[in-house]
Design a protein around this ligand. Structure first.
Ligand SMILES: [Zn+2]
Length: 227
């Protein structure tokens, strides 16, 4: 049993759920949350710069809930990726789903979940893609960011199975963007030319369908394997 102070004067005694091995889930902060769609927090919020903790227990309802919250926030925010610190949950988890949104073309990939990720390879070849972020003016600011074109990431899925993913294009891009969030890094810190920062309307009209943005976003490589 854990003794938790839940924002009221009387401590509340509660029993946290157990995972598949019978171990009590160690994240009380995730246990107490409302069912509403989580708000994407904005730059300046300390959770975006806080240390993120590794997940140590898989295949349990609390972790599933965190991933659902991330997915819901991504869809509601019309985003293609969200990291846990962006909903003020400081854990090393993020989700991606490049797809057609109000600000993106239809280049797509399925919903993917990354728990305790590590990018283990970065290509020397780089590409420039205009990025935005749900935590920066709610996605209303875009700027060019140069990043490696192709990456290899290792992470765990919800069941705790480790996988390796090699990819390029917008998938490699969103993975690197979300991975940076786990280290407290915002894309603004990596903009390659500050003179090209723009509002989302200008991005939508002038950049979204530009040759470079389309070409650099193309996903040619998606090699997934459990390891
Ligand atoms: Zn972001």
């Amino acid at each position: 049993m854990l003794l938790l102070q839940c924002g009221i004067s009387t401590p509340v005694v509660c029993i946290l759920p157990k995972d598949e091995k019978g171990v009590r889930f160690p994240y009380p902060a995730l246990f107490f949350q409302s069912m509403a769609i989580k708000k994407i927090i904005q730059i300046g919020h300390p959770a975006l710069k806080a240390q993120n903790n590794k997940i140590s227990s898989y295949n349990n309802p609390i972790l599933k809930r965190l991933v659902k919250d991330l997915t819901d926030a991504m869809i509601a925010g019309d985003l293609i990726g969200v990291a846990a610190p962006q909903i003020a949950k400081n854990y090393t988890v993020f989700v991606t789903q490049p797809r057609k949104t109000k600000l993106r073309t239809g280049i797509g990939d399925k919903l993917r979940v990354y728990i305790n990720p590590a990018i283990i390879e970065f290509s020397s070849e780089k590409s420039i893609i205009f990025e935005g972020c749900g935590s920066v003016l709610n996605g209303q600011l875009f700027g060019p960011v140069s990043r490696p074109k192709e990456i290899v990431i290792e992470a765990y899925d919800l069941q705790g199975k480790k996988f390796r993913l090699r990819c390029d294009g917008i998938l490699a891009r969103v993975i690197q963007h979300e991975y940076d969030h786990l280290s407290g890094i915002e894309f603004l810190e990596k903009i390659s030319d500050y003179k090209q920062i723009m509002n989302s309307d200008f991005y939508r009209k002038n950049i979204r369908k530009s040759k470079n943005q389309i070409e650099a976003s193309k996903i040619n490589i998606v090699e997934f394997e459990f390891i």
